[in-house]
Design a protein around this ligand. Sequence first.
Ligand code: F6R
Length: 245
Amino acid sequence: MKGSAFYENHFDYDAMSRQAANIIAAQVILKPNCVLGLATGGTPVGTYKELVAKYAAGELDFSQVKTVNLDEYVGLDETSDQSYIYFMRSNLFDHVNIDQNFTNVPRGIVDDADAECQRYEELIASYGGIDLQLLGLGPNGHIGFNEPDDHFPVQTHKVTLTDATIQANKRFFEKEEDVPRYAYTMGIGTIMKAKKILMVVNGKGKAEIVKRAFFGPVTPEVPASILQLHPDFTLVADEDALSLI
Ligand code: F6R
């Protein structure tokens, strides 16, 4: 773990989002044809808004950027407004000059799950790997949809979502029964191979898991704890999420 950023004085959600967007913008400026690994969920929405604002202000050019997202629900595609491809288009891709042929999210509707996972791994490898991976943190310590387990899954794979994740994510759906029970996710190995990793976390509800993940033992029971071993990991959090450390 290197260069971890802990901000404590009135560091709120907007400040977290600006800081994260600045780090991503720096990556795009330094390497205009970089590969960005992207995340969905509530936390990065502000980060994407900031990036869109920087683009609108003429400060960023996404024309050569390629992206790979962490995960997608099994059974959903771009026609569903709960799918992660839909989220990415509405929060970022449709608002910047990125070439959407080079934006990638695992395909939620495929005949062969194993083939899709293999295709995704090969795609990332064919891009030369991920330069900067953005992550959120699940309340149970998951990253991507790598749920607490007795081992760290290495490659992109299909997962059964835990009840904790279904409970956490039902806020985005009309009713709990609508939350898909399975997802495709990059593996922990896929994530750890990224050259840089940036995590955004906010809110009191994440304070306990931030403490366990970054100040406790490295264990697959808290998947994010593996990030302690990454050589270039940055945590950008608001003060509520850091309130127990
Ligand atoms: C999303 C993802 C998840 C979320 C995590 C936190 O692509 O991979 O790991 O980052 O569930 O979600 P929020 O930000 O909604 O609290």
